[in-house]
Design a protein around this ligand. Structure first.
Ligand SMILES: [Zn+2]
Length: 406
């Protein structure tokens, strides 16, 4: 008898919950599906969530903070871990930093790269002068690694004014003579914070810099450039910001708009630079921070044949749009390069898995970048080869060109 009563009671309250929710008075926030009503288009009050259309409720249990909520997916679906890339890769966005200066560092990096099938590391550590020379000497001294590491040359953007360009071009020529194969990584401080001697911000499209871009074209050096940062870093740090956690963790990623140029200002200057130097090959790092708007990057590729881009540290945006990203990578297969950025060997396999599989809904390696899972975009072999090594070889004639698969 008791059992029947419970069953009937439950049914009644569920029915009431779904039919009468909108008519419940405010303040009965818990239990029985009764919520706090809101108007259409209104957000739920803090601490509550929408449980039925226009009805909000607070959890009965204490809610975890954004930092502590780590649900385990119960989805069971085929898993294809990819430890080593299907084809030998060139990491165009390498920051092996300390590892290049000693035989032990080079050997340990070589072992990591072997296990991942990264055949070549391009150091984008903005080196010039003696530091670049010493690094190249160290690389050339390693029998195993001498053909597997190359170095980009840095440009010193301080004190841009009369005489700067001549000096910068001469330094670049010396760095190329020492073995540099390209320019980069030009850092985000170019545009965000570097000043001219008169105290004004050095704009990315400042005409005083033109001779260095022309020299890059003449010397056949790709220019690897990182401009700005994700657009959320320029926006208010509120609870609708997709990067709230990252911004809360790292103060140096916040660009308050009273102290920094806007995202769009930097993008405009950058695009002016690419347009004004059509003979110079530019590689926009991090998919130009447009991985969340691939159509925008596609328009840039269409308009600027001298533009290439690189995928480092934006896997979270590629892997959350598997169909769109697949089509984009196929369409622009001649313009995209593999690069990893921060050198953490255990993170490369996430890239291989996104590019090579059609796996569903799997973890990303940095939770604070993204609150979502990734999907494989299942690229065809011919596209993988271009992205992993052929495009880098094509735009960087000074790389060792022999011995790669056809
Ligand atoms: Zn970098």
């Amino acid at each position: 008898m008791r059992r029947v009563f419970v069953f009937v009671g439950l049914t009644v309250s569920l029915c009431l919950g779904s039919v009468a929710v909108g008519q419940q008075p405010t303040g009965r926030g818990r239990g029985g599906g009764r919520g706090t009503p809101i108007q259409a288009g209104e957000a739920c009050p803090p601490g509550t969530t929408e449980i039925r259309p226009r009805s909000c409720m607070a959890p009965e249990l204490p809610a975890p903070s954004i930092v502590d909520y780590r649900p385990h997916s119960t989805l069971v679906t085929p898993v294809h871990m990819v430890k080593t890339a299907k084809y030998p890769a060139i990491d165009f966005h390498g920051h092996p930093q300390g590892l290049l200066g000693t035989p032990e560092g080079l050997a340990s990096m070589g072992a990591s790269l072997d296990s991942l099938n990264v055949r070549m590391m391009i150091s984008a550590d903005n080196m010039s002068g003696d530091r670049l020379k010493n690094t190249i000497t160290s690389i050339r001294g390693s029998e195993k690694m001498k053909d597997r590491v190359r170095v980009l040359a840095g440009i010193d953007f301080r004190n841009v004014g009369p005489g700067w360009a001549q000096k910068a071009v001469a330094q670049l020529e010396a760095d190329v003579a020492a073995g540099a194969v390209g320019i980069g990584e030009i850092s985000k401080s170019f545009g965000l914070s570097i000043k001219k001697p008169d105290g004004s911000r050095l704009k990315i499209d400042d005409p005083e810099l033109d001779p260095i871009w022309d020299a890059a074209a003449r010397l056949k050096l790709p220019v690897f450039i990182h401009t700005a940062d994700p657009q959320e870093f320029f926006q208010p740090i509120d609870y609708s910001n997709e990067r709230w956690l990252e911004l809360a963790l790292f103060g140096d990623r916040r660009y308050p708009q009273d102290r920094f140029p806007s995202f769009e200002t930097l993008m405009t200057e950058r695009d002016n630079l690419f347009r004004r130097h059509p003979k110079t090959t530019f590689v926009a790092a991090h998919l130009g921070w447009h991985a969340n708007d691939l159509a925008r990057l596609g328009k840039m590729f269409d308009e600027m044949p001298n533009l290439y881009s690189e995928v480092g540290a934006v896997l979270y945006d590629i892997g959350r749009q598997p169909r769109g990203a697949h089509d984009f990578f196929v369409k622009y297969q001649d313009r995209i390069l593999f690069g990893k950025d921060s050198f953490q060997p255990e993170e490369y396999p996430y890239y291989w898995r996104v590019f090579e599989t059609r796996d569903d809904y799997f973890d990303y390696y940095r939770n604070y970048h993204a609150f979502w899972k990734l999907y494989g975009i299942d690229l065809p072999d011919s596209v993988l080869k271009k992205i992993y090594y052929q495009n880098a070889l094509k735009i960087t004639p000074a790389l060792p060109q022999a011995g790669w698969p056809k």
